[in-house]
Ligand binder design. Sequence first.
Ligand SMILES: [Mg+2]
Length: 187
Amino acid sequence: MKKMMIDMDDVLCTGGHLGILNRFLNTNYTMEDMPGYFVEDLIPEERLTEYYEFFQTQNVYDYVSVMKDAVEVLEKLSKKYQIFICTAYYTDVYEQDYSKLLLDKYVWLREKFPFISPYQYVFINDKSLLECDIKIDDRLDNLHGYGETKFLFTSHHNQDISEEELASQGIVRVSNWKEIEMLLLEK
Ligand SMILES: [Mg+2]
């Protein structure tokens, strides 16, 4: 079986950090309002500490939606490929304790994707370490390194990356799970 790396945030689910931000600011921001990858960019600097304290009391995955068709397609893929859910939980950009985020990721994956064993969870920051044949991620830097098939999952923060740039790195853009199904199961 070929090995397949699948990212979690903005590939299997979407909207978690944005949901917490909206609850905190009492706003209705959408993905399109986000200037970059991190929702913290929308918070006034003087409220950042307060935001982190609030964030620690929340479960990101109470706010997410499962990406459309992800469960159905992933279950089909898991019969043909060796799946690894590869997701980072830590960043040192914002100083806080991420241990709860790690646990919340684990619990959500168990609940929503019960057919994927925790043996197949990989909590990792440098995904270039992973020797997987097929890689799916919404961040270009996570697709670097080994891999024969690489898909960039379209997200608000990667829409401006041109097809030429992707092609030069051997990467194909996909916008939804039905496209992945077609490319990996029907071709
Ligand atoms: Mg991601």
